[in-house]
Structures are given as C-alpha cells and as structure tokens.
Design a protein around this ligand. Structure first.
Ligand code: ACM
Ligand code: ZN
Length: 736
C-alpha cells in the first residue's frame, strides 16, 4: 500500500465505515456464467510453473509476461507438462461454446481448460482478476500477497462480436496508444477493434501505390504547425501481431464514398469535381464524395483494398459508408451516366452499386465487408455484409431480410465521445445526443429483433472530433500531460467495462447494482494499468426527508479505498472539504455536493442534481441565476453568457424571476452583446422581489451569427439587503 492509501485506510478505519465490501472479494467483469467459491487460496511463488499444451505457447507466454512484470519472478514455462502448478489445456468440445473456458483454482493448482485458444486467453484474464490489483503493474510490486481465492468458473461469451471503434483519423494516436487500447480491450474480453483509419481530416494508413495519401492526406494545418501522422505498413504489422496475442482482431476501416476528403486532397481526381481542397483543421463533413463514375476511382479502391487485405488478416474489411450527401453525384456527368446505365433509381442507389462492387472484390479474397448501417440501406446489396447499426437497433430486422448481419452500436448508449453527465465542469464533448452515463451504457438491450434477425454483437465507438487539434478540453490536472490520449481514456473508462458486460454476459444476468459493486473494485486495476478513467461520483444510497422538510443523504463510495468529501453550502467540494463519515442533513438538495477522492490529483465531479425548471417553461430557457453571495449592495453590471439561447434573428424576452429570500433584486439598463459588439440596449428600471417576482425585458436581434458567443449585461443591486435569489430565462418569441 502506498502512503496515501495507508493514510486513507486508517482514516476510514477510525471513522468506522470501512465497508465489508472493501475486503477483496471476487469482483469479475464481465460476469461469468457461473462462479462457485470453494475453500482456501492459491499463492503464487517463484516456484510456480506454467504448463501448457504446445499449441498454447502464445497464451502461456502472455501469462508469464504479465506475472513476471508485477511479481518480478520469471516463472518456468513447460510445454506439454502435466504437473505444472498452472496448467493450460486446450480441449475442443469440453466446454461446448466458442471462446469458453473452465477455470479451476485450488490451493495446490490452477487449471484453465479452453474450448479454443480464445477460451484459454479469457480464462487467463479471469484468473488475473482473481489476483490483487497490483498484478497489472508493469513494475515489480513488493509486499503483495499474490493469492487467488479457490474457485470454479465456467464461462463463455454470449455473442461473438465484442467491439470498440477507435477514431484515429480525426486525431492521430500513435501506435503505443493503440497498443494500450488493445490491451485494455483484451483485459475486458473485447475482441474486435474497428480502426477508423480514414476521414475527411486525415488518412492514416500507408499505401505504397499512393504515397501522397500519407505524404499529404495525413497532415493538416500550416507547415510550421501541422498536425497529423500515419501508421507505416511496418507499424500495422506490429499492431496486428500485438493484437493477435491478445485475441483482438483489428478490422481496418477504409471509409468511402464520404468522409474521404483527405484522399481527395492528395489526389483531386478521386472526386467528381477534381477541385483542390485542403485537409480540414476543424470538424467537417465534406460533400466531396469519391466519384463512382470514373474507372480510376474503382481502381483506386481496388489497389488500396489490395494492400489493406495484405496487412490485416481479419476476415472483415470495413468500408465505412456513413453520412454520404449525394449532392455532387447528382450533378456529376460520370456518376449520372452510371445511374442511367445500371437503371438505378437515384444517387443513393449508386452507393449500393459501389458497395456491391467492393463486397464482390472482398469476397474473392475471402473477406466479408462491414460498414455503417447505411451500406445495406442504400440500394440493394447482393453479397452478404455486416451493418454496424448506429441509429435504430431494430434495423437489424431489415439487415436480415436483405440477407445481411448486424452489429449494434447505438449512439444513444455506445458513443463514448458524449459526456457522462450534465454536471457543470464535465469536459467538452459531443452534444448532439444527451449524456451517456455508465449506467445508461450498461442498460443497453441486445436482442435479436425478430425471430430471423441475427445480431453478431455489440460495439462501443470512440470518435475523436473533440481532439482534432489535441484541444484543451478542460484544465484537469490529472489529464494535462499527453492530454488528448488521457482524455480519450477519460471518455472510454469506465464505460468500456459496462460495454464489456453488455457484450459478453447474457442480458438476463445483467444487474446494474451488482455490476456497480464489482466496478468499484476495478478502479485500482485501472490505476495499475496507468489508465486515466473518469472517477464516478459517490453513490447515493438513500435520500430521506425529515418531518421538518430537511433532506438526509446517505452515501457509499463508488471507488473502493477512496474517500468521499462533501459540502453543504452549494459550493463544489475540494480535496480539503470535510470527509464524509455518515448521513448528512441539508435544507435543500442543491446545497449538497460530494466528490469521490482517489488521490489529491484525481477526483470526481460532485453529485449534482440538474434543477427542474419545468414550472417556468413559459419564460423560455434557463440562462443564469443570482444568489445572495453574488448580489451587490451598490449598482453594478452583471454579465452572463446566453449563447445558444439567442438562436437567430428575431424578438426576444429576458425574464428575471425572484424565487427565494426576503429582499429584492433591483434591475436597471440591459445590454445584449455579440462577443464585444453591442447589439441591443433596453432602458428600464424594475424590481424582481417577493411582491413582483418576474421582470421582463424585450429586444430584437438582426445581426445573428452562428458560432459567436452572446452575452447579456444588466445593472443590478440588492434592495433591502442581499437575501434574494432568482433565475433568468431567455425566450425567442414566435414570429408575428
Ligand atoms: C457515425 O457516427 N457517423 C457512424
Ligand atoms: Zn462523380
């Protein structure tokens, strides 16, 4: 134990609330089919030996390497030995399910029987989760009892496809990061990595026949400040080999006909117009598609895919296919000629035509084409493909009806570029869907949506739009070095653990309460992997109302061996706030905040209750609020942002509504600014107080710009004192 953890354990022990759950107990993620605890423990020692069937050398060496890094012992490996203390046995048919295993730990011996090599590997991963968290360290750990409880585990995955997509195109993650991502996926029994190698803002795969794809298409911004990068073919071979040992299949995504501007910049003849563009430095979806009407484009795809297939042994090749806007195809004489010649209904069927060509090409190479759901929804595709469904999961029915298969990655549950919460202080993230908490991710249903439909499995997606520049998302100490990579982990974990269980375990066995209990034990494992997860807020066990209307919060830690610190004055807690030791009483739930503290640099956002403003719907959108602490005794300007609330030209009403306190807010002149430019000014004096609780200002806007920040500035002061609180709403009035 390091000093910090020792101190915490002491503090918690004297506080008398070290929960029983913190004693190390079996906490496996994903949950196996059956776990039967027996008695005693197995203890690793320098004399432990690993025996393995000759075919399992990779798996045995993997286990040996993990154990040697953390224990410092080079355990002996013995092929075909039957008397080793750890025994890996390949017995097809014995477990009866692909990738399944039977793991038996007794005080004397550990045996993993695998249905196949994958089963052995997953048995090893489960075994590692039985040992202390330090087992994952890449440095020798001292004073650890390397014991695993005696247990019999039978396990196999529910579905064959357990994936993650990593967007290395919007932001280039180097191969060491990709290896770490693969390693983390493997730890949680995920087996398919969709590598999103191509997008408008970057081409990341070296193609020998088209060197400009990476000389030009992999870089954005001016020479002296350019950003980007790519994987050489040697890098790819290294990644593929690394992933193979970890039973992760890397599925390359060569995206077309849209999201391919990086290639068009390198070779403008690929597009319908042939115009020269630049690799964008901002999130951007280009309307320039690959021109299907030119034979040179088809040859380009054939050449690129030929080299791709040589590099990636995966039986799947992903061709993207999402979000094509057909405006160029509609006016391109070459594309129109194909539409006419092939008797296609419209430009959208041209995408199906192209998918057919490529699916046939890949079939000749014994590969199956995968793509976003659009690939089976845009015209008829004769060769069976796999659609990765990101909108409506029941479209799996359509996939099956048209002869295809499906993988589910609904953006509502499995897009990890959305934030986990709406709590102020959450990092900048995608906003076109509501936040996705770990619980929401865990709640994803995975069904076969009709008796005939086949869902191969489920996948998480991590898009890198936020990282195009290695953007500073927020000043979080813990994440500031190597920040895009650290932020990528912050977004991915712990949601990837929820994905793991959704993908591996049967839906009938899922139980969020139980998952959460097990999850609390896994953060220490992530720490030893040096993985930058998002720390979850403390759990609210109970929220009772007393007879006099107060609220009593009872919390429990969401991270084993962490502290909870809290405040009762509405402010955010810090690592110096009082330590939670038992139920806390407050008058109003918005007064109470509590954080999980893992270390002085690593802590959660606070427990936060998004206020309910539905009673004020008539006044428009919540925009700002005043509180006693912010109310001045002398007239002073109060400025607050209203970006997004000003949403176009038109008439607006701003309402100040007194909600609490005996005193009033005196209001004077109001100004509206577009960044620094004064757009409107209203001369008015009014009182928002207990007697007159709503004050409104109206003005009109005729110089709106999307993407520019707007601010309201109003003169205010407390009247009779500062015991006043209230809300500000902005409403865009309907056009007369
Ligand atoms: C996607 O999110 N465009 C697949
Ligand atoms: Zn064209």
């Amino acid at each position: 134990m390091n000093l910090f953890k020792k101190t915490m354990a002491f503090v918690l022990a004297i506080a008398g609330f070290l929960p029983a759950a913190w004693a190390r107990e079996i906490s496996l993620i994903p949950q196996p089919i059956s776990v039967e605890e027996t008695s005693g423990v197995f203890e690793l020692s320098p004399k432990t030996t690993i025996g393995y069937d000759a075919a399992l050398q990779d798996q045995a060496e993997f286990l040996q390497q993990v154990l040697s890094q953390s224990t410092g012992w080079d355990l002996a490996l013995k092929a075909n030995a039957r008397k080793a203390s750890v025994q890996l046995l390949l017995k097809p048919g014995e477990v009866g399910k692909a990738e399944g295993y039977l793991l038996t730990v007794t005080p004397k011996k550990i045996t993993i029987v695998g249905e196949d090599k994958g089963g052995i590997f997953y048995g090893i991963q489960t075994l590692l989760q039985l040992f202390p968290a330090e087992i994952y360290s890449d440095r020798r750990q001292h004073n650890v009892e390397w014991t695993a409880p005696a247990v019999t585990i039978y396990d196999a995955p529910n579905r064959p496809w357990r994936g993650m997509m990593l967007d290395v195109a919007r932001y280039f993650y180097d191969k060491e990061f990709v290896k770490k991502y693969i390693d983390m996926m493997a730890m949680y029994k995920l087996n398919k990595l969709q590598l999103h190698l191509i997008d408008d803002s970057g081409w990341r795969l070296e193609i020998k026949k088209y060197p400009r794809l990476t000389e030009v298409g992999a870089w954005a911004g001016p020479d002296h400040n350019r950003l980007g990068g790519y994987y050489t073919q040697e890098d790819i071979k290294e990644l593929v080999a690394y992933a193979q040992v970890r039973h992760v299949e890397i599925i390359p995504e060569i995206e077309f006909p849209a999201h391919i501007l990086s290639a068009i910049v390198a070779y403008p003849w690929l597009s319908c117009t042939g115009l020269q563009h630049e690799v964008p430095t901002q999130h951007f979806i280009s309307k320039d598609l690959l021109c299907v009407g030119k034979e040179s484009s088809i040859q380009f795809l054939r050449d690129v895919l030929e080299e791709t297939v040589e590099l990636f042994p995966s039986s799947y090749i992903n061709i993207g296919g999402d979000e094509a806007n057909y405006i160029r195809w509609k006016t391109c004489p070459y594309c129109q000629e194909v539409i006419k010649r092939e008797g296609l209904k419209d430009a959208s069927e041209l995408q199906g035509y192209l998918t057919n060509i490529v699916a046939e090409m890949m079939k000749e190479k014994n590969r199956t084409v995968v793509g976003w759901e659009e690939i089976f929804m845009r015209g008829k595709v004769n060769t069976p493909v796999v659609g990765v469904i990101w909108h409506n999961v029941s479209d799996t029915i359509l996939a099956t009806r048209t002869g295809h298969k499906a993988v589910l990655t609904p953006a509502t549950h499995m897009y990890f570029d959305f934030p986990e919460s709406k709590t102020p202080g959450e990092v900048k993230a995608a906003t076109w869907m509501p936040p996705i908490s770990t619980e929401k991710c865990y709640s994803m249903e995975i069904n076969d949506y009709s008796p005939e439909s086949t869902v191969l499995g489920v996948q998480g997606c991590f898009w890198s739009d936020q990282f195009i520049h290695g953007t500073v998302l927020q000043e979080i100490d813990y994440l500031n070095e190597n920040r895009s990579e650290n932020y990528a982990e912050y977004f991915t974990f712990p949601r990837l653990l929820a994905l793991s269980e959704v993908a591996w375990s049967s839906q009938a066995k899922r139980n969020y309460q139980d998952f959460n209990r097990r999850l609390s034990q896994h953060f220490a494992r992530l720490d030893f992997k040096n993985c930058h997860y998002r720390v979850p807020e403390p759990r609210i066990e109970k929220m009772d109302t007393t007879d006099n209307g107060n609220l009593v919060f009872t919390l429990s830690p969401s991270v084993a061996n962490s502290l909870i610190r809290y405040t009762t004055d509405g402010s955010y807690p810090t690592v110096h706030s009082p330590i939670y030791t038992g139920p806390v009483t407050v008058a109003d739930k918005s007064d109470f905040h509590a954080i999980t503290v893992v270390s002085d640099r690593h802590y959660s956002l606070p427990i936060y209750f998004a206020p309910d403003y539905s009673a004020y719907r008539q006044y428009g959108e919540y925009t700002a609020e005043w509180k006693p602490l912010t109310v001045q005794s002398q007239t002073a300007p109060w400025k607050f942002e209203c970006t997004g609330k000003i949403s176009g030209n038109g008439n607006y009403t701003v309402s100040f509504i007194h909600t609490k306190g005996d005193n009033s807010l005196k209001l004077g002149r109001l100004k509206l600014y577009k960044r620094d430019e004064l757009l409107a000014e209203v001369e008015q004096t009014a009182i928002a107080g207990p007697e007159n609780n709503a004050v409104s200002y109206t003005f009109s806007v005729d110089a709106f710009d999307a993407g520019t920040p707007f601010f309201i500035e109003v003169e205010t002061c407390g009247q009779g004192g500062n015991d006043t609180a209230g809300l500000v709403f902005v409403k865009k009035e309907a056009q007369p």
